[in-house]
Design a protein around this ligand. Structure first.
Ligand SMILES: Nc1ncnc2c1ncn2[C@@H]1O[C@H](COP(=O)(O)OP(=O)(O)OP(=O)(O)O)[C@@H](O)[C@H]1O
Length: 252
């Protein structure tokens, strides 16, 4: 049994008094890729966004339960959100580079966290861009606006921006869905190359993608965890008839 990266215990989330997540409990393994799958509206993004407390931004949201990272409950009101989001990076659905240069996008987070030494910042930029396979493509135009990059490159830049602050966990919310197939594959390959060093949680409704990426799978249906386990077990011999039906495309 692998080490736990994120432990979700009895998580309930409601918005406007409507139950969105119902008593979710699951152990997300450390330094593996966990995919969260399930039909549209089942609560995948809400679960993901609870992990870095982005759900706090939703009006009339009520959250109960625990999400433990390194033994600390991130849902504790005393949690320092800046520290939490330093440790838990997020890559959104569509690339969202900041309106500044490629270089400044990568150093944005480290600067916020007090890093000022130009030599160290230069090193961060090089390492982060190399980590996402973008260095060779952009090293001679780091001062160009990030908006000049292709969408796929912008998304890799966003991944580099997230990595630059040194997170241990990466949350990916349908991170390739706005990209062409080749750029999507690029991001998938980068995530696979990062999986030994980061706990990655990836929301997708594309089953083929889930199968390509997942070490561990969580199937959500109507706000509940119906089944979770090692990906090969969930995908090849699901225990619950609802998982089986979803995998067979009966509903989606
Ligand atoms: N800010 C919000 N205000 C009101 N309802 C919300 C909000 N965010 C999510 N919901 C509701 O919570 C439920 C779960 O939404 P969520 O986005 O988590 O599902 P999902 O499984 O990620 O869906 P999809 O695959 O379509 O992105 C939906 O019924 C949605 O309408």
């Amino acid at each position: 049994m692998s080490e736990t990266g994120i432990s979700v215990k009895n998580l309930n989330v409601s918005i406007d008094n409507r139950e969105i997540l119902k008593n979710i409990s699951t152990e997300i393994p450390k330094n593996q890729i966990t995919v969260i799958i399930g039909p549209s509206g089942c609560g995948k993004s809400t679960l993901l966004r609870s992990i870095n407390r982005m759900t706090d931004l939703v009006e009339n949201v009520k959250t109960e339960g625990e999400i433990l990272i390194n033994g600390n409950n991130v849902l504790d009101p005393a949690t320092n959100l800046s520290d939490l989001r330093k440790n838990v990076g997020m890559i959104a659905q569509a690339p969202n580079p900041l309106p500044m240069s490629i270089y400044d996008n990568v150093v944005y987070g480290p600067k916020i966290h007090g890093m000022r030494d130009p030599a160290i910042l230069d090193e961060k930029v090089e390492l982060s861009l190399k980590r996402v396979g973008l260095w060779d493509e952009v090293h001679d135009r780091l001062k160009d606006p990030a908006s000049a990059l292709s969408l796929g490159q912008q998304q890799r830049l966003c991944l580099a921006r997230a990595l630059a602050v040194g997170p241990k966990i990466l949350l990916c919310d349908e991170t390739t869905s706005a990209l062409d197939p080749l750029s999507a594959k690029h991001i998938e390959d980068e995530l696979i190359s990062l999986r030994n060093d980061y706990t990655i949680v990836f929301v997708t409704h594309i089953l083929r993608q889930a199968k390509r990426l997942a070490d561990y799978a969580v199937f959500l249906y109507l706000g509940e965890v119906v089944e979770c386990g090692p990906a090969h077990e969930v995908f090849t011999s699901p225990k619950d008839p609802r998982t089986k039906a979803y995998l067979e495309g009966v509903f989606g």
